[in-house]
Design a protein around this ligand. Structure first.
Ligand SMILES: C[S@@+](CC[C@H](N)C(=O)[O-])C[C@H]1O[C@@H](n2cnc3c(N)ncnc32)[C@H](O)[C@@H]1O
Length: 196
């Protein structure tokens, strides 16, 4: 059932420090994006306004509706039908581009697979909401050598998903969970960075 919560407990990396973290993971990692994060992207990258955009893990349309507000035509797809766009579409199995530009907040554990699949689809421009330290993880050394983001836009505040009934995260230990975006353009990603 869409939105049903599963409980996963275990150790994970948070803000670059390892610590025991208890969390409830909503089914298929459904963590809706607060509108201010998408607003920040459009503010920093105004060329996206009015474009045709594929939200390839659109959830209930929380991110997509902000894009629509800025004049975008949004093609929404998601593995699960959450009341926005087309459900039953596994992005990782699709070979049909719905638009040449994609913007999403992907399921965290599938973020690398989402980025790699976006490369295979030869999308012109891809924006993904990722943790700020996403590319610093030692486990992603090979991945970041193959696929480098051209832009990283770093949010100067911490995204509050709690208010949106998304993950309940109890960290034993300290760490930042600031979020950054990475954009792809072509197959080479550079290290330029904008701070929003
Ligand atoms: C973190 S939520 C983000 C939802 C939406 N993008 C937003 O920003 O509000 C991740 C979404 O990815 C969807 N998802 C998980 N695996 C997927 C897959 N293989 N293909 C497409 N969507 C998937 C989940 O159902 C969930 O709605």
């Amino acid at each position: 059932m869409a939105g049903k919560r599963k409980t996963n407990k275990g150790a994970m990396m948070l803000g670059g420090q390892s610590g025991e973290v208890e969390w409830d993971r909503p089914d298929h990692e459904f963590y809706p994006t607060p509108p201010e994060a998408t607003e920040a992207l459009i503010r920093a990258m105004p060329h996206l306004a009015g474009q045709k955009i594929w939200e390839c893990a659109c959830g209930d349309g929380r991110l997509a509706r902000v894009l629509e507000y800025h004049g975008c035509t949004v093609i929404g797809t998601d593995l699960i039908d959450r009341g926005y766009g087309e459900g039953g579409v596994d992005f990782l199995a699709t070979h049909r581009r719905r638009a040449s530009k994609a913007i999403t907040n992907p399921p965290f554990t599938l973020a690398q697979a989402f980025i790699e699949h976006a490369m295979r689809l030869h999308l012109e421009e891809v924006w993904m909401l990722l943790k700020t330290d996403y590319y610093q993880a030692a486990s992603r050394t090979g991945f970041k050598q193959r696929i480098r983001p051209k832009y990283k836009l770093e949010l100067s505040w911490r995204i509050d998903t709690l208010a949106l009934e998304a993950p309940r995260l109890t960290a034993h230990g300290s760490g930042s969970s600031a979020i950054s975006r990475a954009a792809q353009s072509g197959t080479h990603w550079s290290s330029r960075r904008w701070v929003i």
